[in-house]
Design a protein around this ligand. Structure first.
Ligand SMILES: NC(=O)c1ccc[n+]([C@@H]2O[C@H](COP(=O)([O-])OP(=O)(O)OC[C@H]3O[C@@H](n4cnc5c(N)ncnc54)[C@H](O)[C@@H]3O)[C@@H](O)[C@H]2O)c1
Length: 352
């Protein structure tokens, strides 16, 4: 296995911008870059209501990152921010599939229009910057074979998947037509510390964790037989750093994944054992969720393993234990909506 830490040197003395950097994955990436040291790390995040942006996510590193509370879709702001940057990790976007069906235009703004604004800013003001974009395995829709590899046909089942696929294509097109250095990663369900837990529209794992910690009922749609592969956030961060540092990744699309799917029912039972609390209850699939459900889905990560040497390292049991410990300690910062965000009108626009 490749020693992934060898790629960390690529970031020393470099300037890195993380869009969506107050969110779950972006803040874990910011923390890793600060830990590695030597990079100048900036974050742009609009603290969009009901998304995972949370000022507590950068607690302890706030003096070591430059924070810009701003919308990536604002070309005036983003034209200025991309100048002189060496790497952009582009995570800003709407994650919720259900939300995208309720507010499709909003999803279009965040997952398409704002992405084009960023790419245009880079084309005009920093065409040599390296851009790592986080897409989703949702673009495949219901798998026709498993594990899903990058050759699998794409047929997203919801608005979010369609827009993320369009955003991927924008990144690919700017690579092909303008020679820009973009790479797309198709993430599976990601879990770990600093994920939004205040509502259940941003994915099942965090909600299951909250229910277990609260001694609540974990509702299993369709008895929870769906099987998924779950990546721990540190593994995802490592894949992003490898993709950023490696020239061979440019113009490519890579799946992440684990190769070892787990059923939602087994995940719920693991969490109940781990916390000693909570119960499960099979419930009928709500129609609005069933219509966009991809069923069993797990991905092959063979391509990224061969090209960049990435493979997931965190066993599910340990990842879940670490995650549960984190939320036990910091529950007040995640249980209530916007517990640690600031109203956008009161927010500082930039902070060094
Ligand atoms: N979490 C997962 O399981 C998962 C799976 C597949 C793909 N992804 C992708 O990874 C990325 C990050 O996901 P996450 O789980 O960290 O989400 P998150 O909701 O925790 O973070 C997203 C952040 O982006 C910010 N944001 C959104 N639009 C913005 C804009 N126009 N300008 C500035 N900031 C903006 C939000 O305020 C939020 O802080 C997303 O693009 C998502 O589609 C995540």
């Amino acid at each position: 296995m490749v020693d992934t830490s060898q790629c960390f040197g690529a970031y020393k003395g470099r300037s890195v911008l993380i869009t969506g950097g107050l969110g779950f994955i972006g803040s874990n990436l910011a923390r890793k870059l600060v830990e590695i040291g030597g990079a100048e790390v900036s974050i742009v995040d609009a603290l969009i209501p009901d998304q995972g942006g949370n000022l507590f996510n950068i607690e302890g590193i706030e003096d070591r990152v430059k924070l810009h509370i701003a919308d990536m879709g604002d070309d005036y702001v983003i034209n200025h921010l991309v100048g002189g940057v060496d790497y952009i990790f582009n995570l800003a976007g709407n994650v919720s599939h259900l939300e995208s069906m309720l507010r499709p235009q909003r999803d279009l703004e965040l997952n398409c229009a704002a992405q084009l604004t960023l790419l245009e800013a880079c084309r005009n003001f920093n065409p040599h910057v390296k851009i790592v974009f986080t897409s989703t395995r949702q673009v495949y829709g219901k798998p026709i074979y498993l594990p899903v590899d990058e050759q699998h046909r794409v047929m997203p089942l919801d608005i979010n998947g369609i827009h993320k696929l369009a955003a991927e294509n924008y990144h690919q097109l700017y690579n092909r037509v303008y020679g820009m250095r973009t790479v797309c990663l198709r993430l599976t369900n990601t879990y770990g510390p600093r994920q939004l837990l205040s509502h259940n529209r941003q994915g099942f794992i965090a909600w299951f964790i909250r229910q277990a910690l609260d001694g609540g009922v974990i509702e299993l749609f369709g008895e929870g037989r769906q099987r998924r592969d779950l990546n721990y956030v540190d593994d995802v961060v490592e894949a992003m750093l490898l993709a950023g540092a490696n020239e061979d990744a440019e113009g490519e699309i890579f799946n992440l994944g684990t190769g070892t799917p787990v059923s939602l029912a087994d995940l719920a039972s693991d969490l109940i054992s781990l916390t000693g609390r909570g119960s499960v209850q099979p419930v009928p699939f709500p129609l609005e969720r069933q219509l966009i459900d991809i069923g069993n889905s797990y991905s092959s990560y063979q391509k990224i393993e061969t090209a960049l040497g990435w493979r997931p390292r965190m066993p599910l049991s340990e990842g879940l234990a670490r995650t549960v410990e984190f939320y036990k300690k910091h529950r007040t910062n995640y249980w209530e909506p916007n517990a640690n965000t600031v109203s956008r009108s009161n927010a500082p626009t930039t902070r060094d």
